[in-house]
Design a protein around this ligand. Structure first.
Ligand code: PLP
Length: 303
């Protein structure tokens, strides 16, 4: 893509591209991602007080940007954050992608923080980084997953809206700790369960299972009302599956449903779909054909 001459041309081959947004007027400017940009009192850094989105761009084109902007706006509203608004985000994303390298796949991260302590404006930025080939093996060969107790029941969300469970907040330290626990125990990823025994989500993904019913494929996922993030990839997958005549269902799931399924995936915007090979060390049935179909629905060609 051609560079539009806006600001300094920064990216070398693998350098991330940063665009900072001025939340007061919605304007933006390229900045140097290799240099410090945040104030030490920024509440994103000191309290994890902010929201974010992570979207994929393929060959410089953002994937389902409106779904991400819609969720970002909902998260910002839940956290009562000053949001520069969708047009400002769209312009900043376009500038960042124009200035980025010719990457087949890039991670486009949108971050909105409450800003420096005592200031009356948010901090917002778009960071684009090369992630080509990073997830090919997981998509193709699958992952091993541990079930971990999330420590709350599946109705907490309805009782405690102040927990902002459906918002994509920056507070991911627990999610990252769960991933490290999985890796220490020889697995690649995690599915959280509720204390009342239901499947919730992965630390950075939604859970989808597939089985054949009455001659058609049935895809199932848990409802976001049980306190999980409404996944944009799961929604896209279900829409595409319905166009093929597959059935889709949002329903409470238990670990037994995953063991009984013909296929199970962790789906998310950047890795897209990673088939689960083993759950808590127990082998899951895996259909290569179903995996190819799920990846094709997300428009990925397994490498
Ligand atoms: N659940 C959590 C906790 C996540 O962090 C993510 C993505 O990062 C997802 C689900 C999947 O959401 P999406 O498909 O929109 O990337």
């Amino acid at each position: 893509m051609a560079y539009d001459g806006f600001g300094p041309r920064i990216p070398a081959k693998h350098t991330s591209v940063l665009v900072m947004i001025d939340c007061r007027d919605g304007t933006h400017a390229l900045a140097d991602a290799t240099q410090p940009q945040l104030h030490v009192t920024d509440l994103a850094a000191t309290r994890g007080d902010g929201v974010f989105e992570a979207m994929l761009a393929r060959d410089g084109v953002p994937c389902k940007p409106e779904a991400h902007l819609h969720r970002l706006q909902a998260s910002a509203q839940a956290a009562e954050l000053l949001d520069p608004g969708a047009p400002a985000w769209r312009d900043a994303i376009a500038t960042a992608l124009r200035a980025s390298g010719p990457w087949p796949e890039a991670l486009v991260k949108l971050v909105l923080s409450r800003g420096p302590e005592g200031s009356d404006t948010s901090t917002a930025w778009v960071l684009v980084s090369d992630c080509s080939e990073q997830h090919d093996a997981a998509r193709r060969d699958g992952i091993d997953v541990l079930l971990l107790d999330r420590g709350y029941d599946s109705t907490l969300n309805t009782r405690a809206p102040w927990l902002m469970m459906g918002a994509k907040t920056l507070s991911y330290a627990v999610n990252m700790a769960a991933m490290r626990h999985a890796r220490r125990n020889g697995a690649d990823d995690v599915i959280f369960t509720s204390s009342d025994g239901h499947i919730l989500e992965g630390p950075t993904s939604s859970v989808v299972i597939a089985s054949h019913r009455e001659g058609r494929v049935l895809l199932q996922t848990p409802p976001s009302a049980c306190g999980i993030l409404a996944g944009t990839t799961q929604a896209l997958l279900f829409d595409a599956a319905q166009c093929l005549g597959w059935r889709t269902e949002t329903t409470m799931l238990a670990p037994a449903d995953i063991y009984a399924a013909e296929g199970a995936w962790l789906v998310s915007s950047i890795r897209l779909a990673a088939p689960i090979n083993r759950l808590d060390g127990r082998e899951l049935p895996r259909s290569q054909a179903l995996n190819q179909q799920v990846l094709a629905l997300l428009d990925v060609h397994p490498a």
